[in-house]
Every structure is written in C-alpha cells, then in structure tokens.
Design a protein around this ligand. Sequence first.
Ligand code: NAD
Length: 483
Amino acid sequence: MDTVNAPAYPDLFLFIDGQFLAADGRRQQDVLNPATGTAVGKLPHATREDLDHALAAADRAFQTWRRSSPVERSKVLRRAAELIRERAPEIARGIVLDMGKPYNEALAEVNGGAEHAEWHAEECRRIYGRVIPPRVDGVRQLVLREPIGVCAAFTPWNFPFNQAIRKVVAAAGSGCTLVLKGPEDAPSAVVALARVFADAGLPAGCLNLVWGVPAEVSDYLIRSPIVRKISFTGSVPVGKQLAALAGSLMKRCTMELGGHSPAIVFADADVERAAELLAGLKYRNAGQVCVSPSRMYVHEQAYDRFLEKFSQVTAALKVGSGLEKDTKMGPLAHQRRVPTMQSFVEDADARGAKIVLGGHKLGAAGNFFEPTVITDVPDDSRLMTQEPFGPIAPIVRFKDFDEVVRRANSLPYGLASYAFTRSSRHATAIANALEAGMVNINHFGIALSETPFGGIKDSGYGSEGGAETFDGYLVTKFVTQLN
Ligand code: NAD
C-alpha cells in the first residue's frame, strides 16, 4: 500500500502572550485518530488563570497593534503565508491523524490558508476611511475605520486550519487582537498556525490560543468586558446560543453556521457532468463541509441519467485511512457522527425511501461510514430538513421551476446553493430566486480568499474573505473638526 510518510503526531500546547504552554499539571484531553480510534496526542486545557492571562495579553497587545501601520501588518501576513507553504506537508499530516481527511485534501486546505494570509496582507493596506464635504467652510468631516478591539473566536474541526486562519488574518490585518479557541477534536493544525504567526513576527499577545470545554470557554470569553467581538463557525444551535449571549452584552458577531445546500439540476443541464461534480463535492471531507451539496433536486427528465452517473461515481470511491494515497474518502471526524448518520438513514428508510447505495458503518475500527445514496425520500424527512454533515446524498425529482425554488427555499438555512443549466435565462432566474449567501452555477467556485463567504437566514451573518472581510472587525468613527 502506498502511504504518506507516517509522521509522529506533534506535541500540543496552549499559546498565550507569545509563549507555548505545555500541560504542566493542567487537565488534559486525549486526541483520537478517527481512522483507528486510538489516542495520538494529549491536549492541555486552559485554566481560568490561563484564560485571564490570554485576555490580559490580548488587551495589552491591542494598545500597540491597533496603531501598527498596515504595511507592517501586511509584512507579517505575507511572511505567515510563506511559512505555511513551507510547513504545509507536515501540518497536513497532523490533520490526517486527528481529523481523518485524505492527505491531499488536508494539503489543499493548508495551502488555501496561505492564500487567505496573502489576500488579507493585500487587502489590509486598503482599509480606507473617507472625507465628506462640509456644509460650512472651515469644517473638515472625516470617516475613520478603526479596529474594534479584542476578539474571541471559536472554530470547528472540519477544516481545522482553514477555519482558524480566516479569523486570525481578519483580526490581525485589521489591527485587532484575538483569543482563539480551536477544535479540541482536531487541534494540531491550530497549534501549527500559532507557531507560524509567532515565527512570522506577530507580536506577543496579538494571537492567543486556548483549549477546554467549549461551552465553558466560550461563556467565559464572551462575558469578559475585554472582548468586543465574537466570531464563530459551527452549528446553528450553538451559533444561536453564542449570538444571544453576545447580543445581550452588545457585542458584535460574525456567525458562519451550518447549511443544507440545495443542488438543482435542470433538464437542459450537462447532466453527467453535473452528477460527476456533485458526487465529488458531496463526499469531499466525508460530507463534513458546511457548503456540501446536500439536497439534490433533479428534473424528472434528467433524473435517471443523473442517478446512474452519481451512483457510479459514489460506488467507485475508495474509502480508507487518509494516509493511504489512493483514499478518496476518510472516516468521520469523531465517533458521535456515526450513530447520527445511522439515524438519518433509519428515518429515511422508515419513510419509504430507497437506499440505493451504502447506509452502514464500515469496518470494526475507526469512524468509517459508507458513501450513501438515497432516493424517493420525502421532503419532510430528517435527511431533507436537517443538515446531514456526512456522506449521505439524497436525490429527488422535481417537475417545474417554481416548485423547485419553493422546495429549495423551504428550510431556515441559507448558506450555499448549486444549479446546473445550459440556459442563461434559467441561470439568472435561479441565481435571483435562491435564498442563499452563495450560489454556484454550473461549477464550484466559492470559498476563495478574494470572494465573500457567508450565509443568510439561520446560516448566520457576516462575510469572511473578499473585500467585505474586515467589515466585522472595524468600527466607524466620524470626526468633524472646525479649524
Ligand atoms: P456541535 O454543535 O456539538 O459542535 C459544533 C462545533 O461547535 C464544534 O467545533 C464544537 O467544539 C463547537 N461548540 C459546541 N458547543 C460550543 C459552545 N457552547 N461554545 C463554543 N463552541 C462550541 O456539533 P458537532 O457534533 O461537533 O458537529 C456537527 C454539527 O456541527 C454539524 O451538524 C454542523 O452543522 C456543525 N458544524 C458546522 C461547521 C461549519 O463549517 N459551519 C463546522 C463543523 C460543524
């Protein structure tokens, strides 16, 4: 078997005020390899004193970093991008060991992180204010955009490097400082990220990394009067809790929450190409992607051809350890996701759906689940209404445009969406009609550093990436001055 060099799993640390802190008597948590179920590392949890130390360091660092020149910030971010590229293979191997995705996907994730650092390095030099012409001679009216302050960020395990770096570069580029709680299930890439920024010259205290019991850490940090802004990527229920707490304290939020992305294939589409592309996207990262196409609506005239091609691609997927070079789909990131997948399948089955492929846990060790295709599943089933966040593809028929728009928009989610058609009229109409923060027509083109990423409705608010990326990290100050 051809495997990626079996690496040693890196040691894990907290990172506070420029120092990497090991367990040293702190509580620790096992980090498990999802392909084997065995422990690969131990993660130290932050004590209350550690959290206070991180907050104080971020507060102190903010007083200096807020006045740093954009050129200086840009240099740090550029250097971080270089270091990320140099270290990408090693960081990617860590991700395979604690999160489970195939090595090539992990490598692409890390290299994508370097692009985010570069984009923010460029864009932070263009955080402009404006001059408003006065009503009275001698008055000067200025609109200034200033960093909001100390931020607290909470990032998930599905793209451990990518989700964390988006928040780090937005905070650092805007002149804010950050206390980051990464994903305890998949921590190695975030420790590596802290090392990158320390080595790139980000001053001590600008980035602090803590670990712990998520609900306890988030509650403590959000309530701290030092923290002015919260950024969270994760599930809708948790996002709503955190946003409610932040709202009660009048703190700004960026919320990048779950989705249940409709993919609509019209009769006039290149049906085989659509099936191939959607199947590839569906099983990427074992379906644990917030923008994964997760409800396939196919026009009845294209349905049979679509299902045949989609099933063919699905059946050919090689499932296995992410360290094996021909693996196309790894295990689910943690054990609790396996019964969740089973319950989606059972609910669909009980409602008369057809399990065309898969539907079961795979093997005795690890969190492997078969790539699964399910048809004839009713619109009110769990699978069609709740985000599966796993390798299950429901495929259903539709008859006409208005009907499919109504069904696609019927859920509270509004993150990504997909449509396939050769008609420009259809393409424009569907792009206008879909209630989603991002629309892909005939290809997959989202999550680039230069384009805004974010949802609407229950999928959250605020954008990461694109020219909008700093909006959530800046406040507006109006100055009017009579000379
Ligand atoms: P979960 O809701 O328990 O946790 C989701 C994420 O939020 C995890 O990273 C977790 O550590 C964190 N979290 C949980 N409670 C928290 C709290 N009170 N404060 C701060 N962080 C908290 O679900 P899970 O089983 O880990 O993941 C499955 C669900 O999470 C999926 O259904 C999906 O909707 C969502 N999810 C979304 C994304 C995304 O990119 N939007 C990423 C990962 C998970």
